[in-house]
Structures are given as C-alpha cells and as structure tokens.
Write a protein that binds this ligand. Structure first.
Ligand code: DX5
Ligand code: ZN
Length: 216
C-alpha cells in the first residue's frame, strides 16, 4: 500500500517559506500540502496564488492543493497554472462538480474531491470514477492544530470498500489532527496520503517526525 506524507504549509513559517519548503524537499515526504481558504467556505483566510510561486520554485515535489473556497470552478485552472499537481475542491462548495473536474483535467492536473466531517462518503458514489483522489477531512476545515475526529476512520473504510466495489484506483487522503501518534491506525484503516501541519512544523525535528509517521 502507498504511504505518502503531505506536510501542510499552513503551519510553516511564512517569513521563511523557502527554507520550510526546502526542508520538505529534503525530507521523506513526497507531497507538499497547500491550504487555500476564502473566509466564506471556511471561517478563515489563508493565502492564494502569489504564495504558490515561492513554494513551486523551492521544490519539485508534488504540490497537493486543497481548496476551501466557494465556486472553485472559477479558480481551479489558475491553481494548475501556478504549479499544482493535484487540485482538490470540496463537494460542499460547488454546484458544478463536473465543471471543476473537467477544468482541472484540461489544465493538466490530477483531480481530488474532499468531504467535510458531516458529509457521508456515499454522496460521492457516482463521482468516484472521475477523480484521482478523495480527501477525508478529519477536523472541520479552517484551522490547523485541531483534534483528530476518530469517526473519520469509518469513512476511510467506507471509501476503501466503495473503491473495491467499483474497481477503481483513487488515492485516499486524510487531513486534520494527524501525527506520528495516530498515523499507524490511519494508514491501517486504508488512508494512503496523510496531511500533517502542526505535527510536522511543531516538531523539534520535522524531518524525523515525517519518518516516524511513515514508519508508524
Ligand atoms: C485545515 C487544513 C489542514 C491543516 C491541518 O482546514 O485543511 O490541512 O493544515 O493541520 P493539522 O495537521 O495541524 O491538523
Ligand atoms: Zn488541508
């Protein structure tokens, strides 16, 4: 089974974006997670296109962009142009899921769809065949440093079963409250890409924390 760590730049030091991106570049983490928040879909604002530039410049690793914005179909193309490899939008944020998927693909990136903690994975039943990744939120989106919601593991298991049933191959990613303490059970439930913000950037040795997560 694939094991991927995607450190979230939301917890990086924005005065040292290049240094922190290069740390991930050296580390065992394969992806870099970029959280975009609009203050409408979530009660917080993070950053947008300009911040992607120095990150893209500092690493060749996979840029895993998580859009917590309404009407993502208006912006997904620009995120791909800014260097995103995966663009993930929220199921709850758009009436135009097909349009989001088409725009991301046509621009040349992989497609992710995310669900908030209260959204049942079954709503994705007829969409799964068209995506490369499903992102399960294990906290309410909007802020780093929250506690992991254990019932998100059931959602991961449901998605594993749905994937098997439909004979698909999308990646299952999970985001929120992940650290080396719970990474073992999260991987065991079937998640393959683990996002971690505060656990990585709050660690005395972030690179060692990433290895600990991979080996948990
Ligand atoms: C929350 C973001 C997360 C956040 C995770 O809305 O989507 O990616 O950075 O932070 P931690 O790992 O601290 O829960
Ligand atoms: Zn995120």
């Amino acid at each position: 089974m694939r094991r991927i760590i995607s450190p979230s730049m939301l917890s990086a030091d924005f005065g040292n974006l290049e240094r922190d991106t290069k740390m991930i570049d050296r580390s065992a983490a394969e992806w870099v997670h970029i959280d975009v928040m609009d203050g409408v879909f979530v009660p917080n604002i993070s950053f947008g296109f300009p911040v992607m530039k120095p990150i893209r410049k500092a690493t060749n690793k996979v840029l895993d962009v998580h859009l917590m914005i309404v009407e993502p179909e208006k912006y997904v193309r620009r995120f791909v142009e800014a260097g995103a490899d995966y663009v993930t939008f929220h199921y709850e944020a758009t009436e135009n899921i097909e349009k989001c998927i088409t725009e991301i693909r046509e621009a040349g990136a992989k497609v992710g769809i995310s669900i908030k903690p209260k959204t049942n994975p079954e709503v994705l039943k007829d969409i799964l065949q068209n995506v490369d990744m499903v992102l399960v939120m294990s906290v309410e989106p909007g802020f780093g440093g929250q506690s992991f919601m254990p019932d998100s593991l059931d959602k991961v298991r449901t998605l594993v079963a749905m994937r098997e049933e439909q004979g698909l191959d999308f990646i299952i990613e999970i985001d929120g409250g992940i650290s080396s303490q719970n990474a073992g059970e999260v991987f065991a439930a079937g998640a393959e890409a683990l996002v971690a913000g505060s656990a990585v950037f709050g660690a005395a040795d972030p690179e060692a924390e990433i290895v600990k997560m991979l080996e948990a």
